[in-house]
Design a binder for this molecule. Structure first.
Ligand SMILES: Nc1nc2c(ncn2[C@@H]2O[C@H](COP(=O)(O)OP(=O)(O)O)[C@@H](O)[C@H]2O)c(=O)[nH]1
Ligand SMILES: [Mg+2]
Length: 238
């Protein structure tokens, strides 16, 4: 029974430095505004004709709740025209933004395929997906309603927002949401580490417990020989 107990991981896993690197990739059909959004995220400006970004990445530093986030914003180098974006591009991403143009229905259809592909490839929880309807400033030419976007996002279990790279509408809010999703992941991870340290390192300063029981995968009850008992819980599954 003891083999299944969480193991002490040692102090070494503490993170005094709260600088987090966040890899964020932009995906979606050609012309939806990925490069424009990348430029807006990084430099807070808009450029028409659209910037030739691609290949490498742009960066943006954000401060959020005591943490410094270094966002690496990856833009495709036009491979999406041939639907040939390599999985290497989005593998290991902390956040993936699947972008469509609210004025072009086919880009919305294509976004669904992107989400399906990503959900097949990524490890759940490690990459957070956002569905982004861009060109929100062109409401008069809209072919996809905000409700349709919302419905798709709910159906796929991803976050949703409409943006405008041109006006900057909702761009900072989106970046904030990406940042928060990453700091939350890190906080959960730290909670995991804390649980690791609690047991078997003498939780009550006494001897090792004689019994333990796990409820609902999340709650660990330790029963001490003297009849004391203590309960540990956290984000980790025991
Ligand atoms: N009106 C409007 N045009 C945009 C917006 N974002 C991008 N565009 C334009 O859409 C075209 C394609 O943008 P681009 O960033 O190159 O798209 P990409 O192929 O997905 O990288 C360019 O002419 C941009 O100026 C937006 O939010 N509003
Ligand atoms: Mg581009």
């Amino acid at each position: 029974m003891e083999e299944s107990l969480p193991r002490a991981s040692g102090e070494a896993r503490r993170r005094p430095d709260r600088t987090l690197r966040v890899k964020m990739v932009l995906l979606g059909s050609s012309g939806v505004g990925k490069s424009s959004l990348a430029l807006r995220f990084s430099k807070d400006r808009f450029q028409n004709p659209s910037p030739t970004v691609g290949c490498a990445y742009l960066t943006r530093v954000m401060h959020l709740g005591g943490a410094t986030l270094r966002l690496e914003i990856w833009d495709t180098a036009g491979q999406e025209k041939y639907h040939s974006v390599t999985p290497l591009y989005y593998r290991g991403a902390h956040a993936a933004l699947v972008v469509y143009d609210i004025c072009k229905k086919e880009t919305f259809v294509r976004a669904q395929l992107w989400i399906r592909e990503l959900q097949r490839q990524y490890v759940p929880g490690s990459t957070v997906l956002f569905l982004v309807g861009n060109k929100g400033d062109l409401d008069q030419d809209r072919q996809v309603s905000a409700q349709e976007g919302q419905n798709l996002a709910e159906d796929k279990g991803v976050s949703f927002t409409e943006t405008s790279a041109l006006s900057g509408h909702q761009v900072n809010e989106l970046l904030g949401a990406v940042g928060r999703s990453e700091t939350n992941k890190q906080t959960n991870k730290q909670a995991d580490d804390k649980i690791d340290l609690l047991y078997p390192g003498n939780p009550l300063g006494g001897s090792r417990p004689s019994q333990f029981q796990v409820f609902a995968d999340r709650v660990l009850v330790l029963v001490q020989p003297a009849g004391f008992w203590s309960v540990w819980t956290g984000s980790r599954r025991f």
